[in-house]
Design a protein around this ligand. Structure first.
Ligand code: SAH
Length: 344
């Protein structure tokens, strides 16, 4: 018997190759299989009614279609939904569904846990388990779309983990999502968010699918950023800014900057000035995110402070917006649901 294949890990080229060489099937069978999985969200070969019974029986043993298993789900008053998934080895990851009118977004995880240990983040506090495979990344979207009974318009890699520390799987997952014969999601609808992994940003600048880039800055100088984000010791602000400039030159893209507002830590007007100085002359859009308290160490900035910060940035020519909070009543900040279910 042939070794079974893990369907969600296959790129379109790998589908074609498996159909030709493993199963001696014509190319259109690859298209049919992809259509069942990516368009119709059918994960059982037995339900693929345009394949002969004989072929279905054969593929049932040679093709594993394994989206993650739902372990917990919560729905917020504002329509935000949070899913906790269990993987084959018992690891658990989170995905969030956000809806703003007819604009919908899936916030996907790229790793089970995270290595970066940002001092304000819930995911960092429960440690790193492992990288996700391309199929486990894509599977989060498919499983969620199947549950919702509808396609989701956008994907952001702002769930658990650092996507640019799992580049091989991330890039493959993006290629699968983007492929016209597979999920067919436009590159402009996919955003990679990074804590500032310099070699990853440079690789993304060369990546053929022009996805959007978002950078979690949170502090405009090394002394403060080192305290909040230990990754800054490896990739300080200077080299990070150089990488962002290279990315912008190569892609012509505007970069989104995430800035979590933490009371009396990074929310002084001088931090706004420093931030503006960093990005002067670049095309950026700053998202100011009220901190979602997940540790006793930090509190959210008060709303007046956030408004002053935002106004200061605007006056200094930096476009910005205060992010409307979503799903705070259901622990929608990344890492929170997993932590509660594990009791740590
Ligand atoms: N590692 C990537 C993606 C995962 S985190 C990155 O750092 O960008 C996604 C975003 O949520 C990041 O901007 C992160 O800093 C932010 N975040 C983490 N914990 C948060 C919290 N408690 N409240 C608000 N935002 C938080």
């Amino acid at each position: 018997m042939n070794e079974p294949l893990n369907a969600l890990d296959l790129s379109y080229e790998e589908w074609i190759e498996a159909c030709a060489n493993k199963w001696s099937l014509p190319r259109y069978r690859a298209d049919q299989l992809c259509q069942w999985i990516y368009e119709k969200k059918v994960f059982s070969v037995h339900e693929m009614t345009n394949l002969s019974k004989e072929l279905r029986e054969r593929l049932a043993y040679e093709l594993l279609i394994l989206p993650p298993i739902l372990a917990a789900e919560e729905t917020s008053k504002d329509g935000t939904r949070k899913f906790l998934w269990q993987l084959y080895d018992g690891e658990r990851i989170e995905t969030v569904f956000l809806s703003h009118g007819n604009h919908t977004t899936a916030c996907l995880s790229s790793q089970a846990g995270c290595k970066l240990n940002c001092s304000f983040c819930a995911t960092g506090q429960s440690g790193f388990a492992r990288d996700l495979s391309a199929g486990e990344i894509v599977g989060q979207l498919l499983a969620m779309e199947k549950r919702l009974g509808a396609n989701i318009g956008n994907v952001v890699f702002m769930g658990m983990g650092e996507p640019l520390l799992n580049r091989e799987a991330l890039f493959k997952a993006i290629t699968i999502l983007n492929s016209p014969k597979m999920r067919n999601m436009g590159a402009r609808h996919i955003t990679v968010s990074t804590a500032g992994i310099v070699p990853g940003i440079l690789e993304l600048a060369e990546f053929p699918v022009p996805v959007r880039l978002s950078v979690s800055l949170h502090a405009p100088n090394d002394a403060l950023r080192n305290k909040l984000m230990p990754v800054n010791k490896k990739y300080p602000i200077g080299p990070l800014m150089d990488a962002l400039k290279t990315y912008q030159q190569k892609t012509g893209e505007r970069i989104t900057v995430e800035y979590v507002m933490i009371r009396n830590v990074n929310d002084e007007p001088e931090h706004a000035y420093e931030t503006a100085a960093l990005f002067s002359g670049m095309g950026v859009y700053v998202n100011l995110i009220p901190y979602n308290p997940v540790t006793d160490r930090y509190q959210r900035s008060n709303p007046e402070r956030i408004k002053v910060f935002s106004a200061a940035l605007s006056r200094l020519g930096i476009e910005n917006e205060i992010r409307k909070e979503k799903g705070t009543d259901i622990n929608a900040a990344c890492g929170q649901l997993r932590r509660r279910e594990q009791g740590n």
